[in-house]
Write a protein that binds this ligand. Structure first.
Ligand SMILES: Nc1ncnc2c1ncn2[C@@H]1O[C@H](COP(=O)(O)OP(=O)(O)O)[C@@H](O)[C@H]1O
Ligand SMILES: Cc1ncc(C[n+]2csc(CCOP(=O)(O)OP(=O)(O)O)c2C)c(N)n1
Ligand SMILES: [Mg+2]
Length: 350
């Protein structure tokens, strides 16, 4: 058995069950709907009269994240945030998560502690119980699978298929920042790979780095919508990019859309990064992905209520299906939208 070394303690010193106990020993359950959490063959949940909402997402090293520049604590946080984001996108409230991991020999107990610090912090932030998971080994790379479970009253759920002609298309926050952060990290990685003596220069880019490495799910927007008694006619969270994700809404709802490029919110740092890389910032905001902002539609007569919600912008409207799905550029030219969002399977094939 290997003992402590300069890098940390070999997981073999604890074994699988020891590691699970070590990582989960301090978990305290928060919700009445969690009857049984970690420790038995399955968790037991009780949602009584509410609808149960379930979502899962997989994060793979090399495909979804690069450990060269991703701190494990941030990665743990992000794995939870991107999953609870899907629950908010149903206009539901996340309550439980499960976390499954496959780890290779190069991970130490200390590394896993760091990863779980991020998991636990996100569970506090989003007020969810960690109720189970699975731990196994991997030959190469780290795999993370998170499932999030939430609740909503049946009439509160927002599906992708409810958008109607003349509805307003709304988006929270700003778009393209996570992609801008990724471009910066990849650039600095290439420089470092060519010359390991070079120190990465990340100054002045804090916001886009945070958007890539530690994204937040829009719990606050879910709450503002509840307070304003707005149930979106449709909603999705932007993971693959605005163009791709509005197209999901349009296709499911059998409608068209008109989006105005000048109305798409983009942060100053995203503009700056696009400029530095000689790229069009609209490419970032339309196709970048990993924004985890909420994209939703509301009836036209809710305009006043929407306008009062801070950090939500109207970027266009829903049209009838025969009108197609269009972006109106800053010059007033109409361009048919294309789903050019991030697609790992296509990326692999290219
Ligand atoms: N391998 C799979 N088996 C079954 N259902 C899947 C699989 N992959 C994705 N889905 C389902 O397809 C739908 C769209 O998935 P996805 O594009 O990943 O959505 P999101 O961007 O919200 O994660 C979801 O309902 C998801 O549960
Ligand atoms: C090393 C690395 N490659 C690529 C990306 C970009 N990236 C990772 S996930 C993602 C979008 C969403 O991923 P997906 O698996 O499609 O999630 P889902 O739509 O199912 O929520 C993007 C753009 C990244 N952050 N890091
Ligand atoms: Mg998915």
């Amino acid at each position: 058995m290997q003992e402590n070394n300069a890098k940390g303690t070999d997981i073999a010193t604890l074994g699988e069950f020891g590691l699970i106990k070590h990582l989960t020993k301090n978990i305290k359950l928060k919700h009445a709907s969690t009857n049984v959490g970690i420790g038995d063959d399955a968790a037991v949940l009780d949602y009584q009269n509410k609808k149960t909402v379930v979502t899962t997402d997989l994060l793979l090293e090399g495909i979804h994240f690069d450990l060269m520049y991703t701190p494990l604590k941030h990665l743990g946080y992000k794995a939870i945030a991107v999953n609870v984001s899907d629950i908010y996108a149903m206009n539901a409230l996340p309550k439980q998560v499960t976390v499954s991991i496959a780890i290779s020999k190069r991970f130490t107990i200390e590394a896993m502690d760091e990863f779980y610090e991020g998991i636990n912090l996100a569970c506090e932030t989003y007020n969810v119980d960690l109720v189970g998971g699975d731990t196994t080994s991997s030959l190469t790379g780290l795999c993370i699978s998170v499932t999030a479970i939430g609740e909503a009253e049946a009439d509160q759920l927002a599906y992708r298929n409810g958008a109607k002609e003349n509805d307003l298309i709304c988006v929270s926050g700003n778009l393209g920042a996570a992609f801008a952060g990724l471009q910066l990290l990849e650039r600095e990685k290439r420089i470092f790979d060519n010359n390991p003596a070079m120190q990465p220069d990340l100054t002045g880019h804090d916001y886009i780095l945070e958007r890539q490495l530690k994204p937040e799910a829009r719990k606050d927007i879910y709450e503002r919508l509840q307070e304003a008694k707005i149930v979106p006619t449709s909603m999705i969270d932007i993971s693959d990019g605005l163009s791709s994700d509005i197209m999901h809404i349009c296709e499911e709802s059998k409608v068209g859309c008109q989006i105005y490029e000048e109305k798409i919110p983009v942060d100053y740092e995203t503009h700056k990064m696009a400029e530095e890389l000689n790229m069009n910032y609209s490419t970032f905001s339309l196709n970048g992905g990993e924004d985890y902002e909420l994209l939703f539609t509301v009836p036209l007569d809710r305009f006043d209520a929407i306008e009062k919600i801070e950090d939500v912008k109207v970027i266009g409207h829903i049209t009838e299906i025969s009108k197609g799905k269009y972006l109106v550029t800053r010059d007033g030219v109409e361009i048919e939208l294309q789903a050019q969002g991030w697609n790992p399977i296509e990326e692999e094939e290219n």
